[in-house]
Design a protein around this ligand. Sequence first.
Ligand code: SF4
Length: 378
Amino acid sequence: MSIALYIHVPFCIKKCLYCDFTSYPLEGGAVKNYLASLIKEINLYGTSLAEEDKIITSIFFGGGTPTTLPVASFEMVLAAVRSSFLLTPGCEVTVEANPGTINGAELTGLRELGVNRLSIGVQSFQDRLLQVLGRTHSGDQAVEAMQLARKAGFDNLNLDFIFGIPGQTNYDWQETLQQAVEIAPEHIAAYGLQLEEGTPLEQAVLHGATCPCPEETEADMYQDAIAFLTARGYNHYEISNFAQPGRECAHNLIYWLNQPYLGLGPAAHSLIKGVRSANDISLDGYCDHLSRKEYPIEHSTCLTPADEMSETMFLGLRLTDGVDLNQFYQRFGRRVEDVYGSAIVDLRGKGLLEISRGRLHLTAKGLPLANVVFREFI
Ligand code: SF4
């Protein structure tokens, strides 16, 4: 069984105002402890997993801001991964990067280490909107990051964007999309802003200090992104993701197809042999477990067949191609229609789901209402 490998790098230069991811200030001692613990965790799995479970088809360094680490740290981590796991030929190796945290020499260094995909957190090209989000970079720095990546030899780039930012107009969003396609990245991710509980941005909106983007405007921005990007040759293959043909993110496809993955680092999640687990969210807790040669797992759940079928449905329906009905039967020995018959009849009746070419998928009407659909499969 091949798996995808996720490595969480929990450091950021400064916390963005909308962010509730696990990240810590960049501080030398903490980084050193983290790296030493991460290597121990890699070795722990290297000695305990069966050989067939150590075949890696993709590696994704996410964060946090992985590019706060120097190239030498990636070299050390990738060397440990290569000595404990078997990387398949063409293994996709992605590093998330933020503009302002990368330079040409570092990007060349990452490329030489075998990193073949870069995911840049642009979010917006308008500086005033980047300030609302509390980002540490400018729009010009994002363009420069992309140019540096191309010069370093990256031919597989993703740009992340956010729409529905307080103060963002439809015109701003169109301008950002236009600027994005002029740069011609292979992949674009466009997410509606989530006002996560307890974040400074959510508090500012709650207390009236910031006006949220109206829901109708945000809904229009989503539809504009679909129309604009698909008209320019991007395949809208997942609710929030667009790719040039053949450039879909192999790593994220593993999640959406509910296939196995191993997550390393604080707060990372894994799904191996029907067991879902989550690592200790705190950096100290994570390091403490590994100093005692223990797995840094905070909690784990053995999934029942019903859980696995449910997850396969609501993750697979995120893909615009939807769930392959035959593959579902091969995997679970049950027909989708027999397990979820009444929900499917209801959602097809409402025009939110349809079946075509042996696949159950969201309709154009169902895409913006995906969460309403997913609830029926949980
Ligand atoms: S860079 Fe990313 S992980 Fe870090 S604070 Fe900002 S949104 Fe969160």
